[in-house]
Design a protein. Sequence first.
Length: 212
Amino acid sequence: MRFKLLHSCVLGFVPLLASCNLLTPFVVLGEHTKKVSPEFDKLAGKRVAVLVWTEPATLFDYPHVRFELATYIGDKLHAEMGQRSLGTQVVDPRDVEDYLQKNIDAQIDPYAVGRKFNADYVVYLEVLEFQIRDPQAPQFLRGRIQASVSVHDIHAEREPQRRYELTPVLCVHPEDTPVLMSATNSPLIREATYRKFAEQVARKFYEHIVEL
């Protein structure tokens, strides 16, 4: 009789625990996400070019990094702002890179690039730090990209309105522990770092949701 009574109490208590646990995720989810407004909100419906500058030493080790970063950023902007109702047009990074190869001075001249491709704005990034291997332990991989970000209004008439300085970007991947270098891991870490960096840059220009 005692066993039956105890068994009934336990069975009756379990649903109460389950119901409490089921309620928890809804509260947690609501408290751990928030909507973030764009840092710069003028790219909607405009034609935009992405210009990336890197140090010569970086280009020596990674000859295509300038084009690769511009491509990842341009693709993310197109996906979030071009294919939706925002209607942003992104200049093909291949055309920009071809122009930079033939016009060295334009590599640090957003206005030359903007005028060449009839862009309304140029998103200009100066990559101050770029690494894929961990400098403290070269046998490990940990992507790290640090860059300044500015937006240049090509059609602005007054100088103070031509350049908008945004907050810098620092991307580290993976954040917790580095990964042992191998022929397989190296391209994977590099691509993942590019994608994460491009998302951090692109999110400056459209509304998005982040986890707290």
